[in-house]
Design a protein. Structure first.
Length: 86
């Protein structure tokens, strides 16, 4: 197992141990970070620094993906806890 695979496995295990509330909080934090990087990317585009703009846009995209993962995990945990009740 490579170092990256080990880190990914640990990250997945840590994510599974979060409560739904923690997942929602983490999702919000990642959305906030994505917003900051998008604003920074816009500033760099305006000044003509397209390399830095692309970097910040890519980092923003990564935060968005993490936010979506946390949102999905919160939904799964909610469904497992409260789903199929009659």
């Amino acid at each position: 197992m490579t170092q990256n695979q080990t880190k990914d496995t640990k990250d997945q295990e840590a994510m599974q141990n979060h409560t739904p509330q923690q997942h929602h909080q983490k999702a919000a934090e990642h959305h906030d970070q994505a917003s900051k990087h998008h604003k920074e990317a816009a500033k760099h585009h305006e000044s003509g620094d397209h390399k830095s703009a692309a970097h910040h846009a890519q980092v923003a995209h990564g935060h968005m993906l993490h936010a979506k993962e946390h949102g999905a995990e919160a939904s799964k945990k909610h469904a497992n806890t409260h789903g199929n009740k009659k």
